[in-house]
Design a protein around this ligand. Structure first.
Ligand code: NAP
Length: 321
């Protein structure tokens, strides 16, 4: 019997895939850095039994209609806002994601971005590289404190809790807002549940970590930035679309808020002339939340294990429900 065919939308090293050779054949887009063009994806998916895709691929009804044999779509991400779940369900295609394995790595990055933004680390490094350091001075590149400040996490889920644990280690007060209360977080992390508005008003650091949904889209709009402290620092490592970028840019450029650290943008990638990159109070990263070698390797294996499970008629480890 011919083995099922999996189309992978980027190049993944054959070393990582070797152990699945017995379970499926692989065809992939021959680039690690650029996404598969839409016309190639539509052509390749027509032959595939499984699709292994990235958060940068839009997997909509058109793709699924072309993929007549598709049984599984494995997304190399915990977020799945790039996939039309309703169509997948209608067509009996199982969708899987990669929760848990990336939680701690993404929390590390979120906290690193918070620290880099507050203490102006990127600016300070550029200052030395560009030979601007002539003398010591009392307020040279003085930033904001992190320890004993208040962090407000919107979306106290897996990553939110992992960020809260780091924040507690720095003696920070933790506020959070979810649709539902999480007693575990309140007991173990002494996190205080507050309304969205109260979180905006009281936090020194505001950190969205909720998924992108119809409800969270542009949750951070002009009204939200108006409620924040002038000294507030906004750190976004969730999805760009949870923010109204015009409102964020206005708040940063008029110093309505102090600074921002952004790992995600509404349209990615961004270039060096992007309006956030050119602001001196903003740190921009290229969506690298879960990007450690170990974690990305585990994410690849989880995608493959999920694909194998579906081909074997089993329930995958991490289905999107
Ligand atoms: P999770 O465990 O599902 O946590 C999400 C939390 O958001 C839940 O506690 C949920 O609580 C809350 N939430 C959902 N809708 C909300 C709303 N309307 N208002 C307030 N809170 C809401 O997800 P996770 O694994 O922590 O991942 C979170 C997100 O991080 C992902 O969806 C992804 O977009 C992003 N992410 C980014 C990177 C990166 O590279 N930058 C890497 C990994 C993940 P309730 O249901 O009680 O509201």
């Amino acid at each position: 019997m011919t083995k099922p065919l999996v189309y992978i939308t980027r190049t993944i090293s054959s070393e990582l895939l070797r152990q699945y050779e017995e379970n499926f054949r692989v065809k992939m887009w021959e680039s690690e850095d650029t996404p598969v063009p839409r016309d190639v994806l539509l052509k390749e998916v027509a032959e595939a039994d499984g699709l292994f895709c990235m958060l940068s691929d839009t997997i909509d009804a058109e793709v699924m209609e072309q993929g007549k044999n598709l049984k599984v779509i494995a997304n190399l991400a915990v977020g799945y806002n790039n996939i039309d779940l309703l169509t997948a369900q209608e067509q009996n295609i199982v969708v899987t994601n990669t929760p848990d394995v990336l939680t701690e790595t993404t929390a590390d990055l979120t906290f690193a971005l918070l620290m880099a933004t507050a203490r102006r680390i990127v600016e300070a490094s550029d200052y030395v590289r560009e030979d601007q350091w002539e003398d010591w001075s009392p307020f040279l590149l003085a930033g904001a404190d992190i320890h004993h400040q208040t962090i407000g996490i919107v979306g106290m889920g897996r990553i939110g809790e992992a960020v809260a644990r780091r924040a507690r280690g720095f003696g920070m007060n933790v506020l959070y807002h979810n649709r539902s209360r999480k007693e575990v977080a309140e007991n173990e992390l002494q996190a205080e549940y507050v309304s969205f508005d109260e979180l905006l008003k009281r936090s020194d650091f505001i950190v969205p970590l909720a998924p992108l949904t119809d409800e969270t889209e542009e949750m951070f709009d002009a009204k939200a930035f108006d409620k924040m402290k002038e000294s507030a620092i906004f750190i976004n490592a969730s999805r760009g679309q949870v923010v109204n970028e015009d409102a964020l840019h206005e708040a940063l450029s008029t110093k309505k808020i102090a600074a921002a650290g952004l790992d995600v943008f509404t349209v990615e990638p961004i270039r060096s002339d992007n309006r956030f990159v050119t602001l001196d109070n903003t740190v921009c990263l290229p969506h690298i939340g879960s990007s450690s070698v170990k974690t990305r390797t585990e994410m690849v294996h989880l995608c493959c294990e999920n694909i194998v499970a579906v081909f074997q008629g089993e329930t995958p480890k991490t289905p999107v429900t």
